[in-house]
Ligand binder design. Structure first.
Ligand SMILES: C[S@@+](CC[C@H](N)C(=O)[O-])C[C@H]1O[C@@H](n2cnc3c(N)ncnc32)[C@H](O)[C@@H]1O
Length: 224
């Protein structure tokens, strides 16, 4: 990963432009691709029941293949900013269309019902937000989960030292008016596992589990 490579593109436009060819790009560029995406589904119990699952930043739905392998009748809601990414998801899972609802919008803004989902997942989507924004989102996720429900996240992770550097660089660019904080830009600021765990604790989650840790990315789950 080159964290600041695409620094000034708006998030939605960034993914709209790259939706075609996105799946192939990920298969080639995500280290341990199969292990990583398999790990997302690991906490999900094998079931034929229509469990309720929410996918934040679902994109083209790469992770859903692994979810449906565990829970073929899952009732899935996917939220994403990019219509082009959602269109890829819809055409890929045409045989599951009665089980999938997509919402085009920002998961930071879309209102979620309380105690609604058995599982909420987010894969490769949350490494663009400052700690306070992530904390508020984690609190919202906590409220939307049923008691005993799991939140599973797979994302880029960095060392604590790198995290401090990235946040300082982000703040410098913000002070220099290189981008507007009110708008969503494709700027990468992944956190360390330690920071992730601290944010989950503060949001009220328990049972943090590190399911997979690779060179650049990790998968972890927490429980409501
Ligand atoms: C790298 S892709 C990951 C897609 C998919 N989860 C995967 O693992 O292949 C990141 C996705 O998050 C979406 N995204 C980023 N910020 C978002 C936001 N605030 N609300 C909704 N979607 C967002 C992007 O549009 C993009 O489709």
């Amino acid at each position: 990963m080159n964290p600041q490579k695409n620094k000034f593109e708006k998030m939605e436009e960034f993914f709209d432009l790259r939706a075609t060819g996105y799946d192939g790009h990920m298969a080639e560029n995500v280290n341990d691709y199969e292990v990583f995406y398999n790990s997302i589904a690991e906490p999900i119990l094998k079931t034929e029941s229509p469990i309720k699952l929410l996918d934040l930043g679902c994109g083209t739905g790469l992770e859903l293949e692994y979810i449906f392998a565990k829970a073929p009748n899952a009732d899935v809601t996917g939220i994403d900013l990019s219509q082009e990414m959602l269109d890829q998801l819809i055409s890929k899972y045409i045989d599951k269309s009665d089980q999938i609802e997509v919402i085009r919008g920002s998961y930071l803004d879309v209102e979620l019902l309380s105690d609604e989902y058995d599982y909420i997942i987010s894969v490769m989507s949350l490494h663009h937000f400052l700690p306070d924004i992530k904390l508020n989102l984690y609190k919202k996720i906590w409220r939307a989960l049923k008691p005993g429900g799991f939140y599973i996240e797979g994302d880029y992770i960095v060392s604590k030292i790198k995290e401090v550097e990235l946040l300082a660089d982000y703040n410098d660019r913000l002070e220099n008016n290189e981008f507007l904080q009110e708008e969503l830009f494709h700027l990468d600021i992944p956190f360390s596992i330690e920071t992730q765990q601290e944010l989950f604790d503060r949001a009220g989650f328990t049972d943090f589990e590190l399911i997979f840790e690779g060179d650049e990315a990790g998968v972890y789950s927490v429980k409501k």
